[in-house]
Ligand binder design. Structure first.
Ligand SMILES: *[C@@H]1O[C@H](CO)[C@@H](O)[C@H](O)[C@H]1NC(C)=O
Ligand SMILES: *[C@@H]1O[C@H](CO)[C@@H](O)[C@H](O)[C@H]1NC(C)=O
Ligand SMILES: *[C@@H]1O[C@H](CO)[C@@H](O)[C@H](O)[C@H]1NC(C)=O
Ligand SMILES: *[C@@H]1O[C@H](CO)[C@@H](O)[C@H](O)[C@H]1NC(C)=O
Ligand SMILES: *[C@@H]1O[C@H](CO)[C@@H](O)[C@H](O)[C@H]1NC(C)=O
Ligand SMILES: *[C@@H]1O[C@H](CO)[C@@H](O)[C@H](O)[C@H]1NC(C)=O
Length: 355
């Protein structure tokens, strides 16, 4: 400390100890207004925004379709011309068939959010799709949302839920959001993933190296994961930047990087009953896929790099190989670690962005 600074500090400390003034001047200034709470930035950031093939824009500038039933929804998301499809409804819409959005589509839940159940969404062989403010619940025999052979996708402020219990086990439901077959340039932000065993798989087989290697660039940020089993996310052959997520009771294993996958993991918080927050050990643990092999399934290890400090809570980590994904190739700002729980719980899921 410089001497002048020291003297100033000493003087302030002394005057603070002095007796309080007997009265306040009647026309003294009112207290300075508090600066407004910093605005949370819900803009698209990460790999779906910054990538070599162009920012994800969905249906921006296209026709707006307000839809209320399955027939209208199926019709509206078809084709590749830019379109914004807003699903309305207070009750869950039970889809009879999976929904296949075309390229240049934004699909939004109206108001406080819309819900689909029965069948989920497959984004296949396409590009430039945005899904926001939609709840996807209890999809049997398939994923909630699958991205396959697709690029530039943003899944934001959605909610995914089914059930989690020992009776239900890992295979009653499939994934909540699985990203496979060379899909690339994806951002998964501000979603609420809960009550489900196997959450988000990236790359769905260790024999697909030739298909997947060099793809699967995904940013996962500010998601709230609660009461889940495995795959938060689990990646093979790609690169995932996982930051500012909050995990609560993610029971067995949250972030798994295997089969030469690379993760950059920073400023995430883990609480509650979570055994393992992060692992690069190739073993696919028996709690994930007990039917493949009761002892788990051996794959080669992945890589992990740690950026800004994480708060692992009671969970352990097992980093067997440090990789070279040391820095995300885009601009983003980190929520301070101490604020992650409150910011994520308050702002993830439905009804935070309105359409
Ligand atoms: C869907 O809504 C439209 C517009 O209200 C209506 O014309 C159509 O009959 C509805 N279709 C079904 C299958 O309910
Ligand atoms: C998406 O829309 C843009 C702008 O209209 C168009 O140039 C592009 O071909 C569309 N993409 C596909 C896959 O059709
Ligand atoms: C995606 O493309 C592949 C290869 O052309 C095809 O087999 C598959 O049916 C397509 N999927 C969808 C949903 O269109
Ligand atoms: C991937 O999608 C493209 C269209 O975008 C298609 O031409 C290609 O056949 C698909 N590849 C596979 C393996 O499905
Ligand atoms: C961590 O990884 C090593 C391999 O490097 C493995 O032997 C060990 O069992 C792993 N620990 C856990 C808890 O999985
Ligand atoms: C990063 O590491 C992987 C795995 O060792 C390697 O295949 C790749 O070439 C490396 N990339 C760079 C840019 O060094």
């Amino acid at each position: 400390m410089k001497l002048t600074t020291f003297l100033a500090t000493a003087f302030l400390a002394t005057s603070a100890l002095a007796a309080p003034p007997a009265y306040t001047k009647p026309n003294s200034q009112p207290p300075a207004p508090q600066p407004p709470a910093p605005k949370i930035n819900f803009d698209l950031i990460g790999f779906a925004a910054s990538n070599p093939i162009g920012r994800t824009t969905g249906g921006a500038g296209g026709k707006v379709w307000n839809v209320f039933n399955e027939t209208q929804l199926v019709q509206a998301v078809k084709g590749n011309t830019p379109k914004i499809v807003i699903l309305h409804g207070d009750k869950p819409l039970k889809l009879a068939k999976r929904l296949f959005p075309g390229a240049n589509t934004s699909l939004y839940g109206a108001g406080k959010g819309a819900e689909i159940t029965g069948s989920g969404i497959t984004v296949a062989n396409t590009t430039n799709v945005i899904i926001r403010n939609l709840k996807i619940s209890k999809i049997l025999d398939n994923d909630g949302i699958t991205l396959t052979n697709s690029t530039r996708v943003w899944v934001d402020h959605c909610e995914f839920a089914s059930e989690f219990s020992q009776e239900i086990g890992p295979d009653t439901y499939d994934g909540q959001l699985d990203i496979v077959r060379a899909s690339d340039w994806v951002t998964v932000s501000w979603n609420y993933f809960h009550d489900h065993w196997k959450s988000s798989l990236v790359g769905n087989s260790d024999v697909l190296r030739d298909v997947d290697f060099g793809h699967l660039h995904i940013t996962y940020h500010h998601n709230y994961w609660r009461n889940s089993g495995t795959r938060g996310p689990a990646g093979r052959f790609g690169h995932q930047h996982v930051y500012n997520n909050f995990y609560e009771d993610f029971h067995y294993q949250a972030i798994h990087s295997r089969s030469d996958n690379q993760v950059l993991v920073e400023a995430n918080v883990f609480r509650g009953d979570t055994r393992e927050a992060l692992s690069t050990y190739g073993l696919v643990i028996p709690e994930d896929s007990p039917n493949t092999s009761p002892l788990g399934d051996e794959e080669i290890d992945g890589f992990a790099n740690l950026g800004a400090k994480n708060d692992w809570g009671p969970a352990s980590i097992n980093i067997t190989q440090v990789g070279n994904f040391t820095k995300a190739p885009y601009k983003y700002s980190l929520t301070p670690l101490k604020e992650v729980i409150s910011v994520v719980k308050k702002n993830a899921g439905l009804g935070k962005v309105r359409f």
